[in-house]
Design a protein. Sequence first.
Length: 123
Amino acid sequence: MIHTPHKVNFGYALLLIALGLFGFMARYLEVGDIQITSLIPAFFGIILLPMTNGIKAENTIIAHIAVVLTLILGVMITYMFFKNFTSEFVGSRKFYIFLISGLASFIALGIYVAGFIHKKKNG
């Protein structure tokens, strides 16, 4: 069963916010410094979250913006994942945050596209 894109967007945005905040707080508690880049997923999530109602209302402009933002984040995360791929990176907190957010990005993209195709076929 394909979930509706607005529900996926809502869950995806919440996941990004949670991962960003977790990464930020874990880094602060572990090292004692603030690394603002760990909040990048949370920023994307905060931008995507209010788009849920527009996607539900089938506003194509908002839906396409959500897809583009998801694609940008997915590409950024994939790049950073492979850029940092070392023996120290594998199994680290950062590894799992990149892995989860990257997989979630591409799963969300797939569901968005499947929703667009379904809508086009069924009017």
